[in-house]
Design a protein around this ligand. Sequence first.
Ligand code: 13P
Length: 259
Amino acid sequence: MTTRTPLIAGNWKLNKGGEDGCELAAAVARAAEKAPHVSVVVSPPFTALAAVAHTLSEEKSRVEVAAQNLYPKDSGAFTGEISAPMILTAGAKWVILGHSERRQYFAESNAFIREKIAAALAAGLRPIACIGETLAEREAGKTLDVVFEQLDSFADLFTKDPGFGVIAYEPVWAIGTGKVATPEQAEEVHAAIRSRLREKQGEKVAEQTLVLYGGSVKGSNAKELLGCPNIDGALVGGASLEPAGFAEIIAAAEALSAS
Ligand code: 13P
């Protein structure tokens, strides 16, 4: 287990965008109360961002809120877009950026994702920057080439305030497929990410940056994944929509970090 405070984040994707998001957030708040050694974040769609943040503050919860995207301009004529300062105003402190679904379906490049991460950091919004290889890339033996290219495209931005930004390693082949990486497969890449950070960005960034694992994490596999020395938490999709399942993952992190 990590010596860093573990973070369990629920990425709700295109779900729970209304009152149902507030109900789920309230349930997560109850689960987080039993896990004082774990940081917990929920990431609703934009439509529920402010309402979920409000619910959590009414509950006096430690659970924090993340947006799932931003546009890297503060304001202006960009119809349909949402800026980092707006996300902060809605009560969120985090933003998930560079998710593989955005890379795949919305053609987001490493350069554009870098701009977004820079905009988040400039505003004081904590980025969870996602990286990970596809199945074809893994099978071609290119996992670390791809992951390092994605990582190197933004990681220098993390040197100004080491630990403020977070990385999520999400192998694309394990997202929503039920195919979880084995703890050995995940730890191998996590350890490589940490070495790369040490080599390129220095000891402080390497030691203080949380590297989360994402891809079919659930209650039944959380303990063995989170038990790996370079896995500092989880970015959870499907299982975060179900209060009992997400609570199990939070409890697994608490059991490991309290022991
Ligand atoms: P699943 O947990 O549904 O595989 O999704 C992972 C993910 O994409 C989190 O960002």
